[in-house]
Structures are given as C-alpha cells and as structure tokens.
Design a protein around this ligand. Structure first.
Ligand code: GRF
Length: 203
C-alpha cells in the first residue's frame, strides 16, 4: 500500500505509521510526505528516514487553487494508493477532494460528528462530555464531515485540562490510525457512495 502523508505539524501520527511499517505490522510504504510548513516536525521525520518530503509555502502561490494544484501534482508524482491527512491544517481544494474520493482519509481528534474543526479538546471540556476521542474518516467536501471508518474513545476525568486530554487522545490516535491503514493494506475497506464497507459489509 503506497501512502502519501499530508502533515503540518509535529508528525507524531506520521511517526506511528513509519514505526508500524518498520515493525512489520503495517504492510505499506510511505512514498511521500507533503506539508505546507517546511519547518514542521513531519518533514524532519520524513527526511530522517529517507522518505521523499515536499514542503510548499502557501505564501509563494497566487491563491489557494494554485497552491492546491501544485500540492496535488507533487502528490500524484509519487503515485500513492491513498492519501493520509495526519494533522494537515489547511482546507483542501474541492476538486482534489473529489478526485481522491474514497482514497483520502483524515485523523481528527474528536468523536465525530462531535467537535469538528479546531480546538476539539477545549470544545469537549467546555461541553461537559464524559467521553472524548479520535476518529479516522474519509475526506469529503464537508470539513471533518466525511464517513467515519474507526474511532477510539477515552474517558474525560474531572482533573482533565486540554493538555492532559489531548495527550491521552493522541496516545490513542496512533494505534487507531495504524489499524485503519491495516484495513486498507489488507484491502478490507472501501467507500461505496457515502457508506464505509468493511469486508463487504456496511459499517
Ligand atoms: C492530531 O491530534 C491529529 O488528530 C490532528 O492534529 C494532530 C496532529 O498531531 N488533526 P501530529 O502532528 O500527528 O503529532
């Protein structure tokens, strides 16, 4: 399974993927890492292990469409089977999302459909939720709104602040993302319209 990973930040989810591949538990190859932040941890982690890493600065493009076209041209060159958004913090172009329908996933730190967008841990605490977590979902035109493939749940405890909750969720994100990718590697999952099919059955 050829993976392109999009990441803007520290890249711990990328690292979880690389480690799972290294440990022989994920039958895949990261064929490229793509970022809108040249100085991101994700780019550094990719370079450290010799994975092709491409960072494009949005400011160097005339507009979003121009940036998205360049980004997805670069992605297409490495011929991935799927694109994994792992902490990629920019909106994706509608045309690119459409073109990769069913072949692009995202990890989001909430139990979707709850708490889309940013600052999910703050949102969860503010809502008084007793449970929080992370979701892996297919990317569609609606931000954080595509069909959910897998979730991991954590209990919210009274002493939690955003940092403690974020850390506990992040611990669960890594195995969650790896297990979702194992389904792809085993060709056990596909998107049929808006239904996630696992082993031929709707989820
Ligand atoms: C994760 O919490 C991910 O769910 C969110 O951004 C964060 C990225 O962390 N979308 P990292 O860069 O993978 O360490």
């Amino acid at each position: 399974l050829r993976l392109a990973v999009l990441a803007s930040g520290r890249g711990s989810n990328l690292q979880a993927i690389l480690d799972a591949i290294g440990d022989g538990v994920l039958d895949a190859e990261v064929v490229g890492v793509f970022s809108d932040r040249p100085a991101s941890g994700a780019i550094e982690r990719a370079r450290r292990v010799g994975v092709p890493a491409v960072a494009l600065r949005p400011a160097e493009f005339t507009d979003r469409a121009d940036f998205d076209a360049a980004l997805f041209d670069a992605i297409a060159r490495v011929q991935p089977d799927i694109i994994v958004c792992a902490g990629y913090m920019r909106l994706l172009g509608a045309a690119q999302v459409e073109a990769w329908h069913g072949r692009m996933i995202n990890i989001h730190p909430s139990l979707l459909p709850l708490f889309k967008g940013l600052r999910t841990h703050e949102q969860a605490l503010a809502s008084g939720a007793l449970e929080h977590g992370a979701s892996v979902h297919f990317v569609t035109a609606e931000l954080d709104g595509g069909p959910v493939l897998a979730q991991a749940r954590v209990a919210v405890v009274p002493s939690d602040d955003t940092a403690s909750l974020a850390a506990r969720v992040l611990d669960r994100e890594h195995p969650l993302l790896v297990s979702a990718l194992q389904l792809f590697a085993a060709r056990r999952v596909r998107l049929d319209g808006s239904s996630v099919m696992v082993d031929g059955q709707p989820l």
